[in-house]
Design a protein around this ligand. Structure first.
Ligand code: NAD
Length: 500
């Protein structure tokens, strides 16, 4: 990988270099990283055919134990190359090399291992039928077949792992489409799956535009399920495209997550947690705590101390191990953040703090300064819609009831944070929040054992944990009757009168 400057798609056991070449540049400083080949519709169809053949001829007949063993080998292979993966991830996304080396890559490896070693998932369970005591039943958790996995650009390696490892474990083959902005570590994972011994086609990786590659996956009749992560707008399109062939769809979508700080919290801890909750990955994380809800009595002190912490964060080139501020991953996203904030301020929002970084960061890079805003008008778009950038909005609340009301007044429901030393109160609040993940005195830390996903327009279905594995299965009921018995006499008698 280190010397490779051109990445092709992984189709049927080979790297396919045929197609349109696109130059990738680093968001950190604009330097050229290399070329990537975008797959055409025909290539995507070839990839789907190859995954369908791999499913029928090979993977369906590979035992759970052998599938786990291959995942273990894959984890080992990526581990051996973890520095290369981290370097590539930061070059491609603009996130700090410190984050890639200490979080994205090692966590991804740990999560492949989790699926290789977890033992909660069973391929079947026995049941009895209370209505028919002479029979038995077996419920099988059968694979879906070929899974189409569509991923966003913000945490490409983790996304590739979260989608492929549980799907492969459950017995599916996968066609993975990483974002065309950040495809590199997913393409490397495809190569390493082959190196580890996965059969050709078990994991195909095809990148390119959503309109071509994503749409072909969403509409293909040979794909039984689409696992999508991305914006709510695209998620709705994918769901609609998938409906023509009645595919199963899981959607991990956007959010506008509240981070609720009560006056009785450990303020030093909460300050760092709120900062981490938003500014990790420059706010380009779906569950980012982008709405700070702070109790009125500590609001002034909290925002002033938060600004001082932001002031101390080091801006610079993200490829330097000491830099704290990431770049924005692509020009389109930088423009979106800039427009939303400018329109928010024009519409009445107040700028409480903005960090000066422009003179320090590399001139050819894509950066947005860490920013804090507030507005008494909670209906403003900037307070309601996902910005997906380093912009925190501050809203104050008087008491527990008002905090819950404001937190839940959102079309989204992905995550939330609650900061209080009173754990009973924090748990009470957490249990009334309409969101899939709630952290108490914490933020962002996720476990492969815990399902994650959204309430409301933040998504459908769950990723990770046992529930995440089960998403990649469909149940099959086998009803066993060993021989003619009394229940048959009664049942058949409904249509065949006695003596006939
Ligand atoms: P996006 O919706 O623009 O794209 C996501 C993926 O969908 C990309 O691979 C894209 O090429 C593809 N795509 C685009 N149009 C398509 C179409 N018509 N048919 C099929 N596929 C299509 O999202 P993005 O800008 O890459 O990522 C940012 C968004 O992702 C944010 O909204 C963020 O909240 C969300 N996200 C959610 C989670 C989560 O777990 N809930 C995690 C990370 C990111």
């Amino acid at each position: 990988m280190a010397n490779s400057k051109k990445w092709g798609n992984i189709i049927g056991g080979k790297e396919d270099l045929e197609g349109d070449n696109h130059i990738l540049t680093s968001p950190a400083d604009g330097s050229e990283i290399g070329e990537v080949v975008y797959a055409s519709k025909a290539k995507v169809e070839t990839a789907i055919d190859s995954s369908a053949a791999a499913f029928e001829n090979k993977w369906l007949h590979t035992s759970l134990r052998d599938r786990k063993s291959l995942l273990q080998k894959l984890a080992h292979r990526v581990m051996e190359r973890s520095d290369e993966y981290a370097n590539l991830e930061s070059l491609n996304t603009g996130k700090t090399i410190r984050q890639s080396m200490l979080m994205d890559i090692p966590l991804g490896i740990e999560h492949i291992r989790y699926f290789a070693e977890e033992n909660e998932f069973r391929e079947s369970r026995k049941i009895s039928h209370p209505e028919y005591p002479d029979t038995t039943g077996e419920i099988q958790f059968a694979p879906m077949g070929v899974v189409g996995a569509i991923a966003p650009w913000n945490v490409p390696f983790l996304m590739a792992v979260w989608k492929t490892a549980p799907a492969l474990l459950a017995g599916n083959t996968v066609v993975l489409k990483p974002s065309h902005f950040t495809p590199l570590t997913a393409l490397e994972l495809g190569k390493d799956a082959l190196y580890a011994g996965f059969p050709p086609g078990a994991l195909n990786v095809v990148t390119g535009s959503g309109d071509v590659v994503g749409d072909t996956i969403a509409k293909s009749r040979k794909i039984s399920m689409v696992s999508f992560t991305g914006s709510t707008t695209t998620g709705k399109r994918v769901m609609s495209a998938a409906s023509a062939s009645v595919k199963k769809v899981t959607l991990e979508l956007g959010g506008k997550s509240p981070n609720i700080v009560f006056a009785d919290c450990d303020i030093d801890h909460a300050l760092k947690g709120v900062l981490f909750g938003l500014y990790l990955n420059s706010g380009q994380l779906c569950e980012s705590g982008s709405r700070l809800l702070v109790q009125s009595s500590i609001k002034e002190e909290f925002v002033s101390r938060l600004s001082k912490l932001l002031e101390a964060m080091k801006a610079g080139n993200p490829m330097d191990m000491t830099t704290d501020v990431s770049a924005i991953s692509n020009r389109k996203q930088l423009d979106k953040i800039t427009t939303m904030v400018n329109e928010g301020i024009a519409g009445g929002a107040t700028l409480l703090y903005r960090k000066e970084i422009q003179a320090i960061v590399p001139s050819g890079g894509l950066y947005y300064p860490p920013t804090i805003i507030s507005s008494p008008n909670l209906g403003l778009e900037i307070l309601q819609e996902e910005i997906f950038g380093p912009v925190l909005s501050v809203v104050e609340f008087r008491d527990e009831k008002e905090a819950i009301e404001i937190a839940n007044k959102s079309d989204y429901g992905l995550a939330a944070g609650v900061w209080s030393k009173d754990i009973e109160k924090a748990k009470r609040v957490a249990s009334t929040l309409m969101a899939g993940t709630i952290w108490i005195n914490e933020y962002h830390l996720l476990s492969a054992a815990a399902p994650r996903g959204g309430f409301k327009q933040s998504g459908v279905g769950r990723e990770l944990g046992l529930e995440g594995i089960l998403e990649y299965t469909q149940t099959r009921h086998i009803f066993v009757n060993k021989g003619f018995n009394d229940q048959d006499t009664v049942a058949y008698g409904l249509v065949i009168a006695e003596g006939e």
